[in-house]
Design a protein around this ligand. Structure first.
Ligand code: ADP
Length: 478
C-alpha cells in the first residue's frame, strides 16, 4: 500500500467505499421495502374487502327491475344482489362471499380454510396453503338480513415478493451501472486533477537538470494561456501549479537581476583596475621624471579610491540583503537624527550650495539609525552632485495621521520624465559623463535608498522637472 501512488490509493479507497455504500444501501433498502410493501398490500387487502362489502344487498321480495350486469343469488327467503362493481379478483387480491357454514356463495378462494380457522381473521393474518403463504382478512357483513354472511379476502405473499424481485432485478444492473459510472467519473476527475502534479514534477526535474529557470509548468487555464499571477486556476492543484509558476518567475527575475548585478559590478571594477594597470606599466616603462611618476600615482590613487568605494558599496548591498530578514528597528527620534545629519553636512559644504531645513520636532518612528543615515546622506549627496546651476537644497520632515514624510529637494538639473522609472535600477546613471566625474557615482545610490525604504515598510517617491529640480520623498507609515 505504501508504494502505491496517491491517485491509486484514492481510487482504491473510492471503490471500496462505493462497494460498501452500495451494498449497505441495498440491504437497508430491501428490508425497508419489504416491510413497506407488506404493509401496503395488507392495507389494500382490507380496503378491497371493505369496498366489496358495499356492493352486496339483500331483498326480501323479488326486485322489480334487475340490472343485467349484476349478479343475483337466492339467499334465505330473498335475493342477494351483488353489484358488478364487486371485484372478486383485483390486482392479486381475491374476495369471496361465504355463509356462516363456510360455504362459498360467490367469488374466488385461492386457498381453503380449515373449519377451526374460519372466521378468525378479523384482522389480517397469514395461512399456508399448498406451500404458498397468503395474507387473509375476513369481514362480517352488517346491514339488513346480511348477518351471517362474510367476505373473505386473500392475497398471496408472492405479490410482495414479486415486486421485490423486480426491484432486485432492477438493482442488479442499475447499481453496478451507477457504481461503474461513478468510478469512471472518479477516475477521470482524479486523473485530470493529478495531471498538473505530473507537469509540476517534470518541470521541476527539467529545471533541476538544465538549470533553465525560464521553464514553466504546462498548465493551461480555462481562459487560455499558461497559468501564473494573471491567469486564475480552476482548482487547488492548478492553483499550486500557478503558484509554482509565479515562484519560478520570481526566481528567474531574482537570478537574472543577480547575474546582471555581478556583470555590472565586474564591468565597473574593470575600468579602474585597467586604468591602474595601464598607469603602472606606463610609470615602469616610460616615466622618466618625478612629475610623470607623480601624475601616474595620482591617477592610480584616484582609481583605487573609486574601486574601493565601489567595493564598499557592493559590500553594503550584500549586508543589506542579509539584513532583510533581521533588520533591527528601534524607537528613533527622526527629527533629531535628520537635523544632526544636516548640521554635519552644512559644515562640509561650507557656503554653497545652501542647505535649508524644515524639520518638525519630536517625530519618532521605528527605524534602523544606520540605514536611515545612509538614506539621507545618499539623497543629499545626489542633490549636491546634480545641483547644476541651482544653489539650494532643502531637507524637510513632517508627519500626518498616517505617515512620516521626509523629503530632500533641490533646484538642480532634474531628470527627464522617461528616465524617472529607471533611476531606481542598480547601476543606472542618467548622465554617464556627468556622474562619472564623481568618484562615487556608480548608479547604486538610489536603488540602495529604495531598498532601505522598503526594509522600513515604506516607499520612495520622486518628482522632477528637467532644469528646475527634483524632490525625493521617503514615506513611512506610522
Ligand atoms: P549615482 O551614483 O549616479 O548618483 P544614483 O542611483 O544615486 O546613482 O542615481 C541614479 C541616477 O538618478 C543618477 O545617475 C542621476 O541621473 C539621477 N539622479 C539622482 N538624484 C538626482 C538629483 N537630485 N537630481 C537629478 N538627477 C538625479
Amino acid at each position: 500500500m505504501k508504494r502505491l501512488s496517491i491517485k491509486m490509493k484514492i481510487m482504491i479507497w473510492f471503490t471500496a467505499a462505493m462497494i460498501v455504500m452500495v451494498f449497505g444501501t441495498t440491504v437497508v433498502n430491501f428490508s425497508i421495502s419489504r416491510e413497506v410493501l407488506d404493509q401496503t398490500i395488507q392495507e389494500r387487502l382490507i380496503n378491497t374487502v371493505a369496498a366489496n362489502a358495499q356492493e352486496i344487498e339483500y331483498y326480501n321480495s323479488p326486485k322489480g327491475e334487475k340490472e343485467p350486469t349484476d349478479f343475483f343469488l337466492s339467499y334465505k327467503e330473498g335475493t342477494l344482489e351483488i353489484d358488478d362493481d364487486f371485484l372478486d379478483y383485483n390486482e392479486g387480491i381475491y374476495t369471496a362471499l361465504v355463509d356462516s357454514e363456510n360455504n362459498l356463495l360467490y367469488g374466488e378462494m385461492p386457498a381453503q380454510l380449515e373449519e377451526d380457522e374460519a372466521f378468525s381473521f378479523t384482522s389480517v393474518g397469514t395461512i399456508k396453503y399448498k406451500g404458498e403463504k397468503f395474507y387473509i382478512y375476513e369481514k362480517q357483513l352488517t346491514g339488513d338480513d346480511l348477518q351471517g354472511l362474510w367476505l373473505r379476502g386473500f392475497v398471496s405473499e408472492n405479490e410482495t415478493t414479486n415486486v421485490l424481485y423486480k426491484m432486485v432485478r432492477l438493482s442488479l444492473w442499475l447499481i453496478p451501472l451507477i457504481g461503474v459510472l461513478s468510478l469512471l467519473g472518479g477516475f477521470v476527475i482524479t486523473r485530470r486533477s493529478f495531471l498538473p502534479i505530473e507537469s509540476i514534477n517534470s518541470a521541476a526535474r527539467q529545471i533541476a537538470e538544465s538549470g533553465d529557470l525560464s521553464k514553466r509548468i504546462d498548465i493551461f487555464t480555462d481562459n487560455g494561456g499558461l497559468c501564473g499571477s494573471t491567469k486564475k486556476a480552476k482548482d487547488e492543484i492548478q492553483n499550486l501549479a500557478c503558484t509554482f509558476n509565479d515562484m519560478f518567475s520570481k526566481l528567474e527575475d531574482a537570478f537574472n537581476a543577480e547575474k546582471q548585478f555581478t556583470s555590472d559590478a565586474s564591468h565597473e571594477l574593470r575600468t579602474p583596475l585597467s586604468v591602474i594597470k595601464a598607469n603602472c606599466e606606463y610609470a615602469l616603462d616610460f616615466a622618466s621624471s618625478d612629475e610623470e611618476f607623480k601624475e601616474a600615482l595620482e591617477i592610480i590613487h584616484r582609481q583605487s579610491n573609486r574601486a574601493a568605494s565601489l567595493l564598499s558599496q557592493l559590500l553594503f548591498f550584500a549586508r543589506l540583503d542579509q539584513r532583510k530578514t533581521s533588520i533591527k528597528l528601534e524607537d528613533t527620534d527622526l527629527s533629531l537624527l535628520v537635523q544632526s545629519l544636516c548640521d554635519d553636512r552644512r559644515i562640509l559644504l561650507s557656503q554653497r550650495p545652501v542647505l535649508n531645513t524644515d524639520i518638525q520636532p519630536e517625530i519618532h518612528t521605528m527605524a534602523d539609525k544606520d540605514l536611515i543615515t545612509r538614506l539621507v546622506n545618499n539623497l543629499i549627496d545626489n542633490a549636491v552632485k546634480y545641483i547644476g546651476n541651482g544653489d539650494t537644497i532643502k531637507v524637510s520632515l513632517c508627519q500626518n495621521e498616517t505617515s512620516v514624510v521626509l523629503s530632500v529637494s533641490d533646484n538642480g538639473i532634474g531628470i527627464s520624465p522617461e528616465n524617472i522609472p529607471k533611476i531606481w535600477d542598480r547601476f543606472y546613471m542618467e548622465d554617464q559623463s556627468r556622474s562619472q566625474t564623481s568618484e562615487n557615482s556608480f548608479g547604486l545610490g538610489l536603488s540602495m535608498v529604495a531598498e532601505i525604504a522598503h526594509l522600513h515598510g515604506g516607499h520612495m517617491e520622486v518628482e522632477s522637472v528637467p532644469g528646475k529640480g527634483s524632490r525625493f520623498t521617503l514615506i513611512l507609515s506610522r
